[in-house]
Design a binder for this molecule. Structure first.
Ligand SMILES: [Zn+2]
Length: 205
């Protein structure tokens, strides 16, 4: 391995870019003698380029499907890793800035508190500027699909609708419940409803 690439991510990104597979690939039936075999082709017409033969015996052909989805799955994964790296960097930067404010408060004789606070505010702004979810994802920013709607009602009127995954919605509900019991949140009723997903499991962001 040469030093041409910065890291594994840039290696993968370069391979995906070089392959230039931007159109969808699909699995179709081919023939090997009298046997049906999966062919992965690239293109719409009969003379579409066959990019892989997997010779799997039985339908469905999971290996062929995996290979056919690989380019778009990899593009998705590259974007996700880039996003997560930027978010981790912003979070680390913010944590460091908070720590510097704490240090400045504890060491007043050395403190440049104003400057530390300004740095912390800037780091917070940079962090908040990064969107935590994509279309169709949980409002909590956990990156899972939003499968449920958390509906809050007060006096018979819906006051809030939140799109979340079931796990985050339940955590949220439990948190609000204890906040209500402690008198920290105004009384309300909450319920969880599944969201109908026309695209189903195979949907991609
Ligand atoms: Zn979630």
């Amino acid at each position: 391995m040469t030093n041409q690439h910065l890291d594994m991510l840039s290696e993968i990104r370069a391979r995906v870019a070089a392959a230039n597979l931007t159109r969808p690939m699909r699995v179709r039936v081919g023939y090997e003698g009298s046997r049906h075999i999966p062919l992965i082709d690239y293109g719409e017409r009969l003379d579409a380029e066959v990019v892989a033969r997997t010779f799997e015996q039985d339908k469905p052909w999971p290996r062929a499907e995996m290979l056919a989805h690989a380019p778009s799955d990899l593009r998705w994964a590259i974007k996700e890793i880039e996003y997560l790296r930027s978010r981790v960097a912003a979070l680390s930067h913010f944590a460091f800035a908070v720590e510097r404010v704490r240090w400045a408060l504890e060491n007043p004789e050395l403190a440049r508190l104003e400057r530390r606070r300004a740095e912390e505010a800037a780091a917070r702004q940079a962090l908040l500027a990064i969107p935590i979810k994509r279309e169709g994802e949980c409002d909590s920013g956990c990156r899972r699909y939003a499968t449920h709607e958390l509906i809050t009602e007060r006096d018979g009127e819906v006051v809030r609708r939140e799109q979340r995954c079931e796990e985050c919605a339940r955590v949220r509900m439990a948190g609000r419940q204890s906040a209500m019991e402690a008198g920290l949140w105004p009384a309300a009723t909450m319920r969880l409803e599944p969201i109908a997903r026309p695209g189903g499991e195979g949907e991609r962001g």
